[in-house]
Design a protein around this ligand. Structure first.
Ligand code: PLP
Length: 624
């Protein structure tokens, strides 16, 4: 059975081979062109790169761009839509140069453009986008420098659309267009009354921070009209929020936006583009539902529903069909990256051997715990469970007041865990158990210590409880006999993953395999290509991981097309304003003093200095 629900969340890009390896399949469903991820990881290690590694499969990005563009085009043909589709990738979703380079490369056959939400993103976009038929959409708050850059982009031939997000931007855009002798292409970001649920729903709605309300829109139209520039206003734009799980919310928003579009057309604006922003969700948990980490629609339904909604609203008022733009980011890039890490150690909460008889000096509370364990049966399970918790708390109190020894506390803990394990075993025989007893399974689950940082590589798992598929990348033909949660190597109690995808509900532990002596156990977290890389932070000074990009070839072989070493300790220290050279000088003085004091020999000083300098050059993660 598919313990980890691969068939459900993988979008057809992954499957399990008979030898138990997780395979990546860049052309969904084509198992002949599948490559073992473990084999790629071994290749990465042979090349001298350590775990954790962010692995990107270039073809998946290619396939996702093709899927979005082809799906829209196909649905337009089927429905006899008169306009066309144009995508613009929002740089904020993953700004890494390799990613933007790949998107502009694979996107060029569809004239897939870029969306920039800040000056830095616009500068990156202008450097990376070579296709002048693709759109360059400028969102975000704009100062004069931002506006000028956008106008220059227009002058040199980009289809650069300046989207007015704030009423105050428009006079400045008009003034700068005149000053630079440029004719701007303008869009208006509108505030919709429609609002979506979910983590990012507040991007929409009347109280949304961005966009113009209807009165401000009319004022903008009047101003442009007075300035003789109303024909520059060509686009209506909105963004309802990211990861919109419910198709109904998408339809409602499109409908409202079309009314605004029609209204602006009737006011004399030269509208031609309708930009729906992002929101196309990713089914992280494979449930195909309107859970936050899923979506209750397919890509085809998304495209069809949007086109139908546009046609229904605009045909009624005889307004030509616009070019539909989406700024899908998450759905384009999520599938293409996975984080692979190794397991370093495991803690278990299992019974330890107990003495046959307790020492005479044993405090009554511990004796009560012991007796309770002896009497435990399926009938008095709940009572024993309550007693053991009560006495465990008492023992802790007594220890804190100095009334029992460390050894006695250790004995109490052994009795406690033995009892809890036994209660869990008995509960397994029952159909219905009390919630606190059902929760024991979670309490008893192992802790797998893994070589990565949640804060650096999966910030949304920590910040907003985003679920990502997590699973071993090998041994999948062996039954996982353990249940565990995942702890990272930061020293932070939040540095863990203890919520996992499930078909129906969030699972509180993950089925995992026993570690084997002398053999690495690799896990992967999937669908991490969107938002995670640059939102991550330097908690405990764990830095960027190594990044490897692979291209799978037609014959099922693959090649490494990009290797980017992660941060070294020196890199990370310089981010927080240390000067590594200065650190060496300072430490050398400390070591020299130790020589003078006779604590170490000059020879030892040399060895210590070498270790220190090696440490500065090393990877910030656990190295084997
Ligand atoms: N466009 C705008 C204006 C956004 O703010 C965002 C992200 O929140 C996106 C597009 C990308 O959205 P998504 O990743 O849901 O496609």
């Amino acid at each position: 059975t598919d313990t980890y629900g691969v068939d459900e969340w993988s979008g057809g890009y992954f499957h399990i081979a008979d030898n138990g390896d997780l395979m990546v399949m860049p052309a969904p469903g084509k198992k002949k062109r599948a490559v073992s991820i473990k084999e790629i990881v071994e290749g990465i290690r042979e090349r001298g790169l350590d775990m954790p590694v962010l692995l990107r499969i270039e073809n998946i990005l290619d396939s996702q761009i093709a899927a979005l563009n082809n799906c829209f085009t196909h649905a337009m043909e089927v429905l006899h839509y008169q306009g066309k589709f144009m995508g613009a990738y929002p740089i904020k979703v993953n700004q890494q140069q390799q990613v933007i380079e790949a998107i502009t490369h694979f996107g060029s056959r569809y004239h897939h453009g870029l969306e920039a939400g800040s000056k830095a993103e616009l500068v990156a976009a202008m450097g990376m986008l070579t296709d002048k038929n693709a759109l360059l959409i400028c969102n975000g708050y704009k100062d004069q420098e931002f506006i000028d850059l956008g106008l220059y982009a227009s002058k040199i031939g980009y289809k650069c659309i300046l989207v007015v997000e704030m009423p105050s931007e428009l006079p400045l855009i008009i003034q700068r267009s005149r000053a630079l002798g440029a004719t701007p292409l303008l869009g208006i970001r509108i505030k919709l009354a429609a609002q979506a649920g979910g983590h990012w729903g507040e991007s929409g709605g009347e109280r949304s921070i961005f966009g113009l309300n209807t009165t401000q829109m009319i004022e903008a139209v009047d101003l442009l009209s007075r300035e003789g520039m109303l024909d520059c206003l060509q686009m209506v734009h909105y963004h309802l929020g990211s990861q919109i799980s419910n198709i109904r919310e998408i339809r409602t928003a499109v409908n409202e936006a079309c009314r605004v579009y029609a209204g602006l057309a009737m006011e004399g604006a030269n509208v031609q583009y309708l930009d729906l922003g992002g929101g196309l969700a990713v089914d992280y948990d494979g449930s195909q539902s309107n859970f936050l980490s899923s979506r209750n629609y397919t890509l085809n339904e998304y495209c069809t529903d949007i086109i139908e909604a546009v046609m229904t609203s605009l045909d009624e008022v005889n307004i030509p069909h616009p070019t539909i733009i989406t700024e899908s980011g998450r759905a384009l890039v999520a599938y293409y990256s996975m984080l692979i890490f190794n397991v370093l150690d495991v803690t278990r909460f299992q019974p330890e051997p107990l003495p046959e008889i307790l020492p005479d000096t044993c405090p009554a509370q511990i004796r009560n715990m012991y007796d309770s364990l002896q009497e435990l049966s399926i009938r008095n399970m709940q009572e024993c469970f309550n007693d053991i918790i009560y006495y465990r708390d008492e023992v802790r109190q007594m220890f804190n007041h100095g009334k029992i020894s460390l050894r006695e506390r250790s004995l109490a803990e052994k009795i406690f865990w033995t009892t809890i394990n036994e209660v869990a075993r008995l509960a397994g025989e029952l159909k219905h158990v009390a919630p606190e007893i059902a929760d024991i399974e979670r309490v008893l689950s192992d802790i797998y210590y893994c070589n990565f940082s949640v804060f650096q590589s999966l910030p949304d798992a920590w910040a907003i409880d985003q679920l990502f598929p997590v699973m071993p990348i090998h041994r999948l033909n062996e039954k996982p006999t353990r249940k565990g949660i995942i702890a990272d190597i930061t020293c932070d109690c939040d540095g863990k993953i203890d919520r996992f995808i499930d078909r129906k509900e969030v699972k509180r532990f993950l089925p995992l395999h026993e570690l084997k002596n002398g053999e690495e156990y690799y896990l992967g977290t999937f669908l991490v290509g969107a938002y995670q890389e640059t939102l991550g932070d330097l908690h405990n000074l764990l830095g960027d991981t190594n990044v490897v990009t692979v291209r799978v070839l037609e014959n099922g072989e693959y090649e490494f097309v990009g290797e980017l070493e992660g941060d070294s300790v020196a890199d990370i220290l310089s981010y927080v304003e240390y000067d590594p050279k200065n650190l060496i000088v300072r430490f050398r003085k400390t070591a020299e003093k130790a020589v003078r004091n006779g604590n170490i020999t000059p020879q030892e000083r040399r060895e210590i200095m070498q270790a220190y300098e090696m440490g500065l050059r090393g990877y910030t993660y656990f190295e084997r």
